[in-house]
Write a protein that binds this ligand. Sequence first.
Ligand SMILES: *Cc1c(COP(=O)(O)O)cnc(C)c1O
Length: 373
Amino acid sequence: MTRSNLSFIREDLLNLSAYVATPISENNKQLTRLDANESPYNLPQDLKAKLALIYEQEIETNRYPDGSHLKLKNLITDYVNESVNLPYLISTNNISIGNGSDELIRSILMATCLNNRGSILVANPTFSMYGILAQSLGIITHTISRNEIDFSWNLDTANKLISKENNPPIKVVFVVHPNSPTANCLNSEEIQWLRDLPKDILVVIDEAYYEFSQQTLVSELPQHPNWLILRTFSKAFRLAAHRVGYAIAHGDIIKILEKLRLPYNLPTFSQLAAEFALQHRDLILPAVKDVMTEKERVYQALISNSLFKVWHSEANFIYLRLAENPTKENHSRIMAQLKQDNVIIRHTGDGLRISIGTSLENDNLLNKLAKHN
Ligand SMILES: *Cc1c(COP(=O)(O)O)cnc(C)c1O
């Protein structure tokens, strides 16, 4: 094909670096995949068989999915209320469901910042999708650096940046609780800062790892009409394959997100899988404990290796850097060596992020790391 000059494409997209996901191939079965913070556990076989039966008996493949998501919204509402022991905290009007949280992040950006109306603020290192999706929409991302010791926000710097004459002004602050890749929860100063932020700024609190950290700000939502909490089925619920995430917020924000999403954004089978996972959560979520026990074991092994500086983790992954010469090149080299040994980890934010796998996978990782000492 002759090369087009792409003059019809927005110029700002030509040098956008997209999120790079590890390709899935036959060969992946032999890989130790510790790069995406997924659960290492497939759904139990008997549950999968039941889910398959639901597919056979209930799905009409010729029909569009339920575009209201009402059944799933009801189940999510119960789950959220039950988790904080507040039976009437939220209702289905406080929930919007996306094709992964990623879709919701994009809708939030469209709702707040598009047409040069606003910019966003994040503290690096953090989840890269906020910046990538913002850039894809031509939205400016302001970044500040986290404190190098505990990865907390430098709140003075953030306040100065927010009160500056930004054009366009900062309309959204994204925080992750606990943060990826650094695995720390928000501290009490940061939470107070979020409470005190001006009401014309939307505060997005991404709780993708809530089931691991057991920390949530959901009970404070009623007092904060400018807060929005994101959750996902991709991590503790073991449903990354199905792409389901949800937002919890005041009804007025939710109405806007519902207007922006595609009418049939959630395939029928994904809705059924998420409903099924919630209905069987007593069989699915206990594995979180196993993962956290393994995390502690891997953490202890890593801190006894003087090669690395390792941070405490409140999630199902561990962040570390080389103790000496923590350069991008040296971290890339470790990642590449592990890859040669079929162990995949993530190089992110000037450090390495290792997801917790099964105990066999974790042993494999620790052995391979020791080999390169
Ligand atoms: C994994 C993760 C998500 C989940 O995204 P999905 O699109 O729901 O799979 C969201 N936020 C953060 C910070 C994550 O690490």
